[in-house]
Design a protein around this ligand. Structure first.
Ligand SMILES: Nc1nc2c(c(=O)[nH]1)N[C@H]1C(S)=C(S)[C@@H](COP(=O)(O)O)O[C@H]1N2
Ligand SMILES: [Mo]
Length: 221
């Protein structure tokens, strides 16, 4: 397709991505890990999928659900279900690492890659972090570079089926390279911020970043 045939939105998306590629934007310096390093230290494998949350599971139907994207972005969004479904869809397979020491391999997610969301909203140069807010009142923070990881996805399906309520449906975030508390269930809004500030668990003794391979479980102080 030539550029002239693309819609204005798609042209913008392509141009933004090309610019990021040229600038090496969001490169974290992470390298592919050897297979022997797949399970982070102190973790054990499970086959089931435990449910962990604050105990208040909100029941949000697809028609009630919207995703607000605001803060330091050129194009804020209020995405209802159908608008969200009309955005580019990606499939990603990744591992889960929970700070309570269980890990679960090979989870198949479908949804909107965070990279595609970033192309849509265009964070300003001042944006360095995001705060996620969920329908149960939960919050968690991420550096923009971590949110922008190429395997991070705003997922509506797991294993080809709609995400169950207990696991965060209709829509949750999945950021596989950090402990799973960063992967907000029942996602409601994403705010782009200049300064990384603590969410719920980060205010309650857990690490600001949460890299499982560095065992960033608890805050230093
Ligand atoms: N909205 C919301 N998201 C949340 C939580 C929560 O309490 N509320 N708990 C986090 C924690 S601590 C973990 S380990 C994972 C658990 O996800 P799961 O129940 O699908 O295994 O969700 C994370 N996301
Ligand atoms: Mo957790």
């Amino acid at each position: 397709m030539s550029d002239e045939e693309l819609s204005p939105e798609l042209t913008k998306l392509t141009v933004t991505k090309q610019r990021w590629a040229a600038e090496g934007k969001f490169l974290t310096g992470r390298v592919a890990r050897p297979d022997s390093d797949r399970l982070p230290p102190g973790q054990h494998l499970v086959k089931n999928w435990p449910v962990l949350d604050l105990g208040q599971q909100p029941h949000i139907s697809q028609s009630q659900w919207t995703l607000e994207v605001a803060g330091l972005v050129a194009a804020p969004q209020s995405l209802a279900w159908q608008a969200f479904q009309n955005l580019p869809q990606s499939e990603m397979r990744s591992d889960i690492h929970c700070v309570t020491t269980w890990s679960r391999y090979d989870n198949d997610w479908t949804g909107l890659a965070t990279r595609d969301l970033l192309a849509l909203v265009s964070p300003t140069g001042a944006a360095n972090a995001v705060m996620l807010t969920s329908y149960d009142g939960y919050t968690t923070n991420l550096l923009l570079a971590d949110f922008a990881a190429e395997d991070a996805i705003i997922a509506h399906s797991w294993d080809g089926k709609p995400l169950s309520t207990e696991h965060g449906g209709p829509v949750r975030l999945v950021v596989p390279h950090l402990y799973f508390w960063k992967s907000a269930k029942w996602l409601k809004r994403i705010d782009f911020l200049a300064v990384d500030s603590a969410g719920f668990w980060e205010k309650n003794g857990y690490h600001m970043r949460g890299d499982p391979w560095a065992e960033e479980r608890y805050s230093e102080d």
